[in-house]
Design a protein around this ligand. Sequence first.
Ligand SMILES: *Cc1c(COP(=O)(O)O)cnc(C)c1O
Length: 454
Amino acid sequence: MIEKDRYAKLREIDRRHVWHPFTQMKTWMREEPLVIERGEGNYLLDVNGNRYLDGVSSLWCNVHGHRKRELDEALVAQAGRIAHSTMLGLANAAATELAEALIEIAPRGLSRVFYSDSGAEAVEVALRIAAQYWQLKGETRKRRFFTLSGSYHGDTLGSVSLGYSEQFHRHLRPLLFSVTKTEPPHVFRFYHGMSREAALEHALSEAQKLIREASGELAALVIEPIMQGAAGMWDHPAQYLHEIARLARDAGALVIADEVATGFGRTGRMFASEHAGLCPDLMCLGKGITGGYLPLAATLASEEIFEAFLGEPDEFRAFYYGHTYTGNPLAAAVACANLEIFRKEAVIDRLAPRIAQMTRALNEGFAPLPHVADVRQAGMMVGIELMREPTRREPYRLAEQTGVRVIKAARRRGVVIRPLGDVIVLMPPLSISESELDTLLEATKESIREVTEA
Ligand SMILES: *Cc1c(COP(=O)(O)O)cnc(C)c1O
């Protein structure tokens, strides 16, 4: 009874005062929200005591489960020292130690760490470093950025310019800069009926043409390696990543890997760039960097880029950028403990069976369903695309809210997931057990059947 009252009270406050991100609040305020209060391993617990499997890692950031002992302890220990101190004019021990740990695991050539608080900022920082780098080098025409269609890089204005979406961002259009976009070799969307090999060839020749046209003006290629997340889980072969990075570099551009979603094991390697042996000039990290505990992000840079910013005070070559909470010690201490868990528990090495379990279930259980149009996977990142009539490529009407109805059906089965349109996303914590993963897959499959075969 007390619990019920508490829920009703929280719901009323939420309806009256809270504005949720990426949410049509008119719809939201009509509904009964799930109010989460606790976490336990790979489960979320709501204020009424119900348990839900966390099928999308609390928006792609949880790594080792909730209430992970080592992370809790690192947080408490750091709180016993200091919660925050600025990095402007001072160093702090936790952020310094984290920088060394990050460089140790990062692709070769990255040697400098610039902190910020969110993935969008990590990308914002990378694009501003790239832009200023070329100005400082005297290559003043290099101001154009090159990205993949459908890419998402976060919600600050610079990042939105990179990942512009007509549907979401048209009201901001006058405030944004233009970028060059190329279509990735996503067979289902852009190259239907073609083999993967033919799509790869077409996509690379388009990229080559666009890069050639922009040559002399390209500042950087910005790419989500291996899996474009928010686009709807669009995977591309490692060879594409390898080749497009080479084309960009041959044209004199930098390569920026946005590993905010793919970093920290999500694709089966520590960083997705590793699948293609890519050593980017700049790399953006966020989401999983603290194991999903606290907001922290980082932009890693090569020494060559870093050195271009060196000079005397009166030359004004410094990178004039920063946020108040940059390099927050609580977040940095938890991030250090997160990397330590990766090492101690050999997290990446132990992922293979879980990834294979997903592959098997997707091929055998999902792909044959009549309204599953396409299934995409890179490691622990999965997208299941639903359509009314897959053979005729006829999508559901937006008003039907098919993806939303599926995740609501899953919730009734004790699983929290979140769709991207009619793409059902699965991205469980790397710590998910064999039987928990079975539960997630089974509940998702039954929910898809319930909604699409009714
Ligand atoms: C989530 C995401 C971002 C933005 O990160 P925030 O922490 O939400 O600002 C940037 N790039 C990619 C690839 C992402 O998935």
